[in-house]
Write a protein that binds this ligand. Structure first.
Ligand code: 0PR
Length: 389
């Protein structure tokens, strides 16, 4: 006889999941991810408010207000002017797609540019490749300087009347480098070009570096030429996965993609996202992080990441067959070794349970705040053993 739904044993399912997913829950040996386990309170909020859909905010006006409050805090962190607009997104890829979409539409509307070209550094995240493909844009990938930053002089040569936007990166995926956003901002102002800054990873790091006695580049709306910024909440900030944001200097930009959806419960709703249905629980959890944990929490996370990065760098420098590919700007380390290819080193370390990645021609580590000295010591020991084999 077939089982009825009422016979389903929830506890049994959870037990089975525990076994099936036994290795998935721990970040203890993950050394290459920009994500971290969320706080317990975020998990509780996630379960408690799982039914809220911000795609139809008329049904959830209180959560809509919370979303505005979250964006307002992020806008303040980024020194946005009062006229800012923005949205919570599913992460950096969606935010970057939105930034490119607005750049294209705004350039068409205000300057009549059709089939224009996007200028972006070779360090730009893969999400820009997707955006270029989806939006059918022409693109020029600008080479980097020896410091892994977009080469400003080459960008100047490539800039012309077909340029629909410039992309700068604040915290590159592979190196953590921050492009010279000040110079890009001046160029954008002089040429009346759209400038989108991808601070998916760096956006919650650079604002707190001064607080821990480190120098930080200016990358945000303090620079008049910056039109929009991507900032992820599921990276160092530790928000629920997935979560990100984009903030625009004003509605002059975001209005060019806004879509009115009149059949929703609040007929005035204008969506500024790619996705329609969007989770409310992660936004509520984010609001709690920002409102109750706030600045001290972020300073602590950034401080821990930097201290652990310094420690790891020191340990790596102590291994004679290893050389660092660049001096870390933030919590991203790149190294090569004289014994093995990056690919086989990563594969061998995987046998010890460690997850690292290779990026371009170096082995890449992302040092997150949940790491510990003990964890790094264990890793260094295994690394030394693998290199001795
Ligand atoms: N911009 C930058 C600078 C990024 O580094 C990333 C992702 C994105 C945009 C895209 O963000 P979403 O992944 O939120 O769409 N950076 C990480 C990376 O590619 C994403 C990641 C995170 C990958 C955790 C692996 C992982 O375990 O490394």
């Amino acid at each position: 006889m077939e089982k009825s739904i009422s016979d389903i044993d929830q506890n049994k399912i959870l037990e089975e999941l525990k076994k099936r997913l036994a290795f998935e829950k721990s970040y203890n040996k993950v050394l290459s991810s920009m994500c971290t386990p969320p706080l317990e309170i975020s998990r509780l909020i996630s379960a408690e408010y799982a039914e809220i859909n911000l795609g139809d905010p008329g049904l959830f006006p209180e959560t809509k207000q919370i979303e505005f409050d979250v964006l307002n805090i992020i806008a303040k962190i980024l020194h946005a002017p009062q006229e800012w607009t923005g949205s919570i997104t599913s992460g950096g890829s969606e935010s970057n797609l939105l930034g490119c979409w607005v750049a294209r539409n705004w350039s068409k509307k205000t300057k009549g540019i059709k089939n224009g070209t996007l200028l972006l550094p070779e360090s730009a995240h893969a999400s820009f490749e997707k955006a270029i493909d989806i939006l059918n844009l022409e693109s020029k990938w600008i080479p980097l300087t020896s410091k892994n930053k977009l080469d400003i002089e080459i960008l100047k040569e490539e800039l012309d009347e077909t340029t629909i936007g410039i992309i700068g990166i604040a915290g590159a995926t592979g190196t953590g480098a921050c492009d010279d956003i000040k110079a890009l901002s001046e160029i954008a102002q002089d040429s009346n070009s759209y400038l989108h800054v991808d601070a998916a990873h760096g956006g919650m790091i650079f604002p707190y570096m001064k607080e821990i006695g480190r120098q930080a580049p200016v990358f945000d709306f303090l620079l008049e030429g910056v039109s929009s910024i991507t900032l992820d909440t599921h990276k160092i900030m530790g928000g629920l996965i997935p979560g990100g944001s984009i903030i625009y200097r004003s509605s002059e930009f975001s209005d060019t993609i806004a879509k009115g959806i009149t059949y929703l419960s609040d007929s005035t709703t204008k969506q500024l996202t790619i996705t329609g249905t969007r989770p409310g629980n992660s936004v509520i959890a984010l609001w709690v992080l920002l409102k109750y944990y706030g600045k001290p929490f972020m300073i602590d996370r950034v401080k821990k990441s930097f201290a652990l990065t310094d420690y790891t760098v020191k340990k790596l420098r102590g291994i004679s067959s290893i050389s660092l590919t660049f001096d870390p700007t933030i919590n991203i380390i790149g190294f090569t070794n004289t014994k093995l290819s990056n690919e086989s080193l990563v594969a061998k370390l995987k046998k010890f349970g460690w997850d690292l990645s290779f990026y371009s021609n170096w082995t890449r580590m992302v040092i997150m705040p949940h790491f510990s000295i003990e964890m790094i010591d264990k890793f260094i020991k295994d690394l030394e053993n693998v290199l001795k084999e």
